[in-house]
Design a protein around this ligand. Structure first.
Ligand code: NAD
Length: 260
């Protein structure tokens, strides 16, 4: 149902972003992927995306902590496909430290990537969406857009800000056929999460099962990790015409985390 549309997904070389790319490509959208990683692995993923539906996929590997590189990526997307119909701001990073020790460069990077980059991609994508009278802006926020955890000050600040930004643009774009929403996962089973397990087992002298249930899933009432496909399915729904009146919302996919 997305044939002829173009989706740009930031941070889509792995994890949740790659799952969005696969879901949207399978529905016929042209895709701009972005993110870091091994060049050959990224090229394999790009070709795999094109094989899903025959739609095109291009890679734009810019560093989205830098405004000039964001502008270059948006120019590449416009050059390849004319513009962006579906913008998914998904690239994100984390750093865990007490506020008085939080490294200033990490704070600035996290705010730049997790919050500011969404402003820059949005301001550059919106003129095309408005002209077409159709568009979707989707942010991967987090349960941390609604609630906090200690030692994650930059991340929680950025994700709360992302929801505020999203509500604002939802109002600005409401009469143009353009919706703006957050998707807020709890703990998602990605390599990022999986790779934390061995170290945590050692540090806390726990079994794999104890780390998963008593540490990672401690705050997630379903005691299940969210899957990347479950997050991608929500993005796909937000792109449907049936979702035209869902705007300024924060779609929680968090196993009940923020209901507590
Ligand atoms: P991931 O580390 O697997 O993916 C992050 C992506 O961002 C990668 O493609 C990476 O190359 C890219 N990236 C990193 N720095 C970049 C930069 N400077 N410029 C451009 N791209 C950059 O992580 P993920 O778990 O898939 O997370 C994706 C999003 O989901 C993030 O915004 C994260 O905050 C959010 N999220 C994740 C979870 C979780 O449990 N995994 C939960 C809630 C929210």
């Amino acid at each position: 149902f997305l044939a002829g549309k173009t989706a740009l997904i930031t941070g889509s070389t792995s994890g949740i972003g790659l799952a969005y790319a696969k879901a949207l490509s399978a529905e016929g959208a042209n895709i701009v992927i972005n993110g870091f990683g091994d060049a050959e692995a990224i090229e394999r993923e790009r070709l795999a995306l094109e094989a899903l539906s025959g739609a095109k996929a291009v890679y734009s590997g810019h560093d989205l902590t830098k405004v000039d590189e964001i502008e270059a990526m948006m120019k590449e997307a416009a050059g390849a496909f004319g513009g962006v119909d579906i913008l998914i701001n998904n690239a994100g990073m984390q750093h865990v430290a007490p506020v008085e020790e939080f490294p200033i460069d990490k704070w600035n990077l996290i705010i730049a990537l997790n919050l500011n980059s969404a402003f820059h991609t949005t301001r550059l994508a919106v003129p095309y969406m408005k002209a077409k009278k159709w568009g979707r802006v989707i942010q991967t926020a987090s349960a941390h857009s609604m609630t906090a955890s200690p030692f994650k000050s930059a991340y929680v600040t950025a994700k709360h800000g992302l929801f505020g930004f999203t509500k604002t643009i939802a109002l600005e774009l409401a009469t143009f056929g353009v919706t703006a929403n957050c998707i807020s996962p709890g703990y998602v089973w990605t390599p990022l999460v999986e790779n934390q397990i061995p170290d945590t087992m050692k540090a806390r002298n726990m079994t794999r099962e104890q780390v998963m249930n008593d540490v990672l899933l401690a705050g997630q009432p379903t005691k299940q990790f969210v899957t990347v496909d479950q997050v991608a399915a929500m993005a796909l729904f937000l792109c449907r015409d049936e979702a035209a009146n869902i705007t300024g919302s924060n779609m929680m996919v968090d196993g009940g985390w923020t209901a507590q």
